[in-house]
Design a protein around this ligand. Structure first.
Ligand code: CA
Length: 540
């Protein structure tokens, strides 16, 4: 196998300095660091770039106008925003495993949500703990095994609940139920840890990982009517018919039209909630029974929470039923209902981020704390007619990444180099002055954060997706560079190729188009090299 340097040169990493590529921070690399920096790592679940005001997207203007993410936007204004941040496997558990290990799924062993994370393996938390960091994990975990390498943790079992959630707390047997809204509680727990648990003689690594805005998008009562009077802009490919791509795109089961659950995802006629709502309209599929997890959400609501829920959703559902929508108008209604609840969940999460950032500032912790905001992957907000993630297409391949490193990142700077979630672990280590173990596959982002333009940086990213089953997304892998994307649905012998410059919405695969014969050949070769580089067998 070729070594790293030879490989990077072979795929053009040494010649990455094309116009517009680079990071526009300008601070020198040699700022004195008198103390190892703290790391506050805020991770959300399924937060799309389209619903984050700091990111350019089809909805940026709308999100900013309605003040959905002012606090995360503030973090971007104070730190560096990565414009080309990607995950290696766009699904919850695998992304978290890659984040903790700095390795792709086939190396850390967590390929799909059906796997269980091997908690005995090396993680960045263990390494920081060994180096004297005080470590804590709060919120969503979702790795099938309990956190290791953390001095303290309070994590949700599985997906957790939005309303009155249970937590698994280190040192406690059984579950501990907290009253309130999950996002608020995770914000409170984060502040409480900083306030009462923090050892002021040591730096900390604190993970504040939100459940929001994961499905089934249950907003906080104070946000039920947010955006009620406006329409969220529709994507131009909301009515995508999946022509021009392989069979996989049309065989999936993640359309807003046919696959959102009318009772739980769209909150129409939750059976345990109301008796005043009439029968489900004819246009609604009859298969949409309430799933057990969401039933449990409703069961554990307090009378006040139920009252607030009914006060909003019952009249909304009555209006919906009176309209008796069909066809494209029904799809449009579902799109609005889905996305408004999604954005409402984002709003509460942004408020929690704001409260934590305020705490850091008030307590003079903002000067020596690296604050990271990211999500375990992106999400479809109606693009291609979809919700959910999984695909190597842009909306789920990309994830938000904003890092504020006081005194190092230039406020308001942007980085356009291609980075991945395997890069976070080595970044934290370099920031802490810890040597990066050789087996880590990611690259430290520290040079980029310092505003340097490394001679060698990656010019292509590897993507793998293994989880078939729910949503029926075929296994695939691929490579993306600045302009092109090649996807192999290797179980089906199908390929797709996109020219992102000419077709940013990925509506027509150019695989097989003679005009693209040369770049397709080159990308196939680069994919092979990338798989070699990351030790990914073609049959893995
Ligand atoms: Ca997720």
């Amino acid at each position: 196998m070729m070594n790293r340097r030879t490989f990077l040169k072979s795929i053009g990493a040494g010649t990455i300095g094309v116009a517009g590529i680079g990071c526009n921070s300008v601070l020198p690399a040699t700022l004195p660091i008198v103390q190892k920096p703290n790391v506050l790592f805020i991770l959300s679940d399924d937060h799309s770039l389209q619903t984050l005001g700091a990111y350019k997207s089809r909805m940026q203007e709308f999100i900013k106008k309605h003040n959905i993410t002012p606090n995360i936007d503030r973090l971007a204004a104070e730190g560096m925003l990565f414009e080309n941040s990607f995950v290696g496997n766009s699904i919850c558990g695998p992304s978290r495993a890659s984040i903790l290990t700095g390795k792709h799924s086939h190396i850390n062993g967590f390929r799909s949500n059906h796997d269980q994370f091997n908690a005995d393996q090396w993680t960045v938390a263990k390494e920081l703990q060994k180096a004297g960091y005080q470590t804590a994990a709060i919120g969503k975990w979702h790795l099938g095994s309990l956190p290791t390498g953390f001095d303290d943790y309070k994590v949700l079992p599985g997906q957790g609940m939005y309303y009155n959630p249970d937590f698994i707390e280190k040192g406690s047997s059984g579950l501990v139920r907290k009253q309130g809204y999950c996002t608020d509680i995770i914000g409170d727990m984060t502040i409480d840890w900083l306030d009462r648990k923090r050892d002021k003689t040591r730096p900390f690594f604190l993970c504040s990982w939100h459940k929001a805005p994961h499905r089934t998008w249950m907003p906080a009562p104070r946000h039920f009517s947010l955006l009620d009077e406006v329409d969220v802009p529709e994507p131009e490919n909301l009515f995508d018919d999946y022509r021009g791509r392989t069979s996989s795109a049309s065989e999936q089961e993640m359309t807003i039209r046919d696959h959102l659950n009318i009772a739980t995802d769209l909150k129409v006629t939750p059976p345990v909630m109301t008796t005043s709502v009439k029968a489900i309209p004819e246009a609604v599929p009859k298969t949409n029974s309430m799933d057990p997890a969401t039933l449990e959400e409703f069961r554990r609501m307090s009378p006040e929470q139920k009252k607030a829920w009914d006060a909003y959703y019952v009249p909304r559902n009555e209006r919906f039923q009176a309209q008796n929508l069909k066809g494209s108008e029904l799809l449009r209604w579902k799109y609005q209902a889905y996305l408004k609840d999604f954005i409402r969940c984002v709003k509460a999460m942004d408020e929690a981020v704001g409260r934590v950032l305020d705490y850091l500032k008030t307590n003079n912790l903002d000067k020596n704390t690296i604050v990271v905001y990211s999500s375990d992957q992106g999400f479809y907000n109606g693009e291609h007619g979809w919700y959910d993630k999984r695909w190597m297409y842009e909306e789920s391949l990309r994830n938000p990444l904003i890092i504020k490193w006081p005194g190092v990142t230039r406020p308001g700077s942007k980085c356009s180099e291609m980075v991945q979630n395997i890069d976070y672990a080595p970044t934290f280590l370099e920031a802490a002055g810890i040597n990066i173990p050789e087996p880590i596959q990611g690259k430290s982002l520290a040079p980029l954060l310092r505003g340097e333009r490394p001679e060698e940086w990656r010019s292509g990213i590897l993507y793998t997706y293994y989880e078939e089953g729910i949503h029926h997304v075929a296994r695939h892998r691929g490579i993306r560079n600045e302009r092109y994307k090649l996807i192999e649905f290797y179980g089906k012998g199908e390929w797709e190729f996109y020219d992102l410059e000419k077709d940013p919405l990925e509506m027509k695969s150019e695989y097989g188009n003679p005009e693209y014969e040369k770049p397709i050949r080159t990308m196939k070769q680069k994919l092979k090299e990338l798989m070699d580089y990351y030790n990914l067998d073609s049959d893995a």
